[in-house]
Design a protein around this ligand. Structure first.
Ligand code: DGJ
Length: 734
């Protein structure tokens, strides 16, 4: 474990197994960033790292005979207004209205381990033996403000976790219109920016572009991390591939408005910023109060993008996901949504459950429509009481019946929402986020509860707890189906209105915290019209998420491929649905649908009471197969083998390997059948080069080195197999 501190020179060297991060205190008391990259051995020649050529036409401060040009110097957590004209990490508005800060280094503190944050999801090291935390204390004398910069190293996964903490020691309120979690200044900008962009039903598609001069950013102002941009991104050298090269990843443990930006300056340096989006944010830092930013995660490798994803995944399982669930195999579920939508009764559900049990499914999830009088999406959100018309004996009775069949039982909720046509709205019209006298903007006919108010969180905690207890729930699907508009709350002072977007998310976390503490065994799956809140803030409470509302196998390939860069397979809910597909009408074989959904938390979401005996037999086989290899599918090392962006854009492949390198399962997918093609050659990764392997129980054997370097030539697909095909290879060491 190594955070190496030179007290005399005031330098800090954060060393992980393969990376080094260095900064120092300047004579002004400011912090200068020196290096982030492949691990350096001590002692380090600092003089050479700190050289800075003085520039013309650039403001400078002179301190101890040294000219300091803030626009040139790489920094740790920069302010605006002293001549650094790049975007800053924070801003404080003083009671007089100026935005000038002078935080100066006071001291540091080093401790083993990493504490969880209060009121925010966070990384942790509960045994305090896998990490080391460095806190840098800075103080602004004139403003009487403290600033702490927190750095925790997790050497094994080459991860550094960062956050900032502001405290107002003065007697006057100051404003924080900007308080980001991470700044990283790099000396060059020869990187590709890998982002994961999309839309509803088209989430997290990989985009790769070279950095260009100026600011490039991704962000959200939807009070959710969003379908459109995920708060995860990578900077990789242009030559970096899945299997080789330098790359660094940035992720954010937060579910609301975010900003990820990279600014390439006039010297081709790059400044990276990650944090709460300063638009729609301004915190009133009252006397003797503090503000803690969410955490940002940084990880580095020289071994390619697969390695980067694997070390992140390992990190999440050990230091972010609730330990109870981190390695717990996730149940195979049936979800009634695409099977019935709102149109079901108890008999229909019990028939589905009987069939599910027969197929080997383990968890029955009753989706939207079981409460209030909800026959479509126009009513009843907020009334978490079962609909007597559909479930005459109540949802608790249904739960009992399902449990008696030997299945687990799960329920859908959309806690944050309210319908105008609901009893809750009759009782508390003021609980809905709105601006008095202004028009409301509905989304899916629904409105948003003011979760910034403690009494709303209390009500929801009570309402959900009652149902969870009555039904002895095993699983909760927590949905959130619209972005937030008219963000205003009469419960807060005018100057606090720009705190609301953050306070809303804190309310969501508070509700999650209370429910997961009270019901620690219940598995939560988060959802936001599919993958609209697929982020680490959610994963802290709900270890898996509904990846996308698009269940078409071919669409899912791109979604799951993109998602895999920043998230673990066990975080991705992946269902086999009907063909023709409900969203796109595309027809795919059950084999292909299964082969895509295996790489995640498998579920079925179609009317299994309407299938042919042959289809049922196939599903039974899929479930047996998945159960046999479930641990590898959910927790094995994942390798992206062929990128959808490469080659002929017609193939994609990936695979999982167990820790012992004795079993691997690879899948090759082909979009369209094409004439005059050679057989595809699949180059595997992650095998032991020296071991010998058999494929799909065939007698031929191959060394790991052959399969990884020469590859395995796949059988040619026949005309009959046509488009949208998947081939699965089960590779076992002999
Ligand atoms: C959106 C979710 O993503 C779906 O899976 C389903 O739960 C519907 N909401 C129900 O309204």
């Amino acid at each position: 474990m190594a955070i190496i501190i030179d007290e005399a020179k005031k330098t800090f060297h954060l060393q992980t197994n393969h990376a080094s991060y260095l900064f120092q205190v300047l004579p002004t008391g400011d912090l200068q960033q020196l290096y982030y990259g492949a691990r350096l051995n001590e002692p380090i020649n600092l003089t050479n790292l700190t050289q800075v050529a003085i520039q013309d036409a650039t403001p400078a401060q002179e301190v101890a005979g040294q000219e300091l040009q803030w626009d040139v110097i790489n920094q740790e957590y920069s302010s605006f207004g002293h001549g650094d004209f790049r975007q800053s990490a924070y801003q404080v508005t003083s009671p007089a209205g100026d935005r000038i800060s002078e935080f100066q280094y006071q001291k540091y503190q080093l401790s083993d381990g990493k504490q969880r944050l209060a009121h925010l999801p966070s990384t942790f090291d509960d045994n305090q033996d896998q990490s080391q935390t460095l806190t840098i204390f800075l103080h602004d004398q004139l403003a009487q403000l403290d600033l702490q910069l927190n750095y925790t190293i997790f050497p094994e996964q080459d991860v550094i976790v960062r956050s900032a903490y502001f405290e107002n020691l003065s007697t006057q309120t100051v404003q924080l219109p900007r308080a980001l979690s991470l700044q990283l200044d790099l000396p060059d900008s020869d990187y590709d920016f890998l982002q994961f962009a999309g839309s509803w039903a088209r989430e997290r598609h990989l985009r790769r572009n070279h950095l260009h001069d100026g600011v490039q950013s991704i962000s959200s102002l939807r009070t959710a991390s969003s379908h459109q941009h995920n708060p995860f991104f990578i900077l990789a050298r242009p030559t970096t591939t899945n299997s080789a090269g330098e790359a660094m990843a940035f992720n954010f443990v937060y579910s609301g408005n975010f900003l990820d930006s990279v600014e390439v300056d006039q010297y081709q340096q790059a400044r990276i910023l990650v944090g709460i989006n300063p638009d729609e944010f301004c915190w009133q830092l009252k006397p003797h109060t503090s503000f803690q930013t969410p955490e940002a995660i940084l990880s580095y490798t020289t071994a390619g993008l697969n390695q980067l994803s694997q070390q992140l995944s390992d990190f999440y399982q050990k230091h972010l996901v609730a330990p109870r669930f981190a390695q717990q195999e996730r149940p195979i579920l049936i979800n009634n949504w695409e099977a019935t939508y709102f149109d079901f009764d108890e008999t229909k559900l019990l028939n589905l459950a009987d069939q599910a049990k027969d197929l080997g499914i383990e968890l029955f999830v009753l989706d939207d429509g079981w409460f209030g009088k909800r026959d479509d999406d126009t009513t009843s959100l907020g009334d978490w009481v079962s609909d007597q018309r559909k479930l005459p004996q109540g949802v608790a009775h249904l739960a009992q019946e399902i449990h008696q069949k030997g299945l687990k039982f799960g329920l859908w909720f959309e806690p944050e929402m309210i319908s105008l046509e609901s009893q809750l709205y009759q009782q508390h019209p003021d609980w809905l986020l709105h601006v008095p006298g202004r028009k409301l903007t509905p989304g899916r006919h629904q409105y948003v509860l003011d979760l910034a108010r403690p009494e709303v969180v209390d009500y929801l905690a009570q309402a959900l707890s009652t149902i969870i207890s009555q039904t002895q729930l095993d699983y909760v699907k927590w949905d959130m189906n619209r972005y937030i508009t008219e963000m205003y709350s009469a419960a807060f002072a005018p100057e606090q209105q720009q705190e609301l977007a953050h306070r809303y998310i804190l309310g969501v976390y508070q509700l999650y915290e209370r429910l997961t503490t009270k019901f620690p065994k219940v598995l939560f799956e988060s959802c936001a019209s599919g993958g609209g809140r697929f982020d680490l803030g959610m994963m802290y409470y709900a270890p898996q998420a509904w990846t996308s509302d698009d269940t078409d196998a071919m669409e899912r390939l791109l979604i799951q491929y993109g998602t895999s860069f920043g998230y673990s397979l066990s975080m991705m809910g992946a269902h086999v649905s009907a063909s023709p597909n409900e969203q796109l009408g595309r027809k795919t074989s059950l084999k292909t649908r299964g082969a895509v959904a295996y790489f995640g938390d498998l579920g079925y979401e179609l009317d299994i009471t309407q299938l042919t005996p042959d289809q049922l037999a196939q599903i039974k086989q899929q479930i047996q197969f998945y159960k046999h290899y479930r641990k590898i599918f959910q927790f094995g090392d994942f390798y992206r083998l062929q990128s959808p962006l490469a080659g002929n854009h017609n193939e994609l492949s990936w695979g999982v390997v167990n820790a012992e390198q004795t079993v691997a399962i690879a899948a090759h997918y082909q979009l369209l059948n094409q004439p005059q093609c050679l057989n595809s050659r699949l180059k595997l990764q992650g095998l032991d080069p020296k071991k010998r392997y058999q494929i799909n129980d065939q007698p031929a054997t191959y060394s790991g080195s052959q399969l990884m370097n020469a590859g395995y030539i796949l059988p040619k697909l026949t005309k009959q197999e046509a488009d949208f095909q998947a081939q699965l290879l089960v590779i076992k060491a002999i």
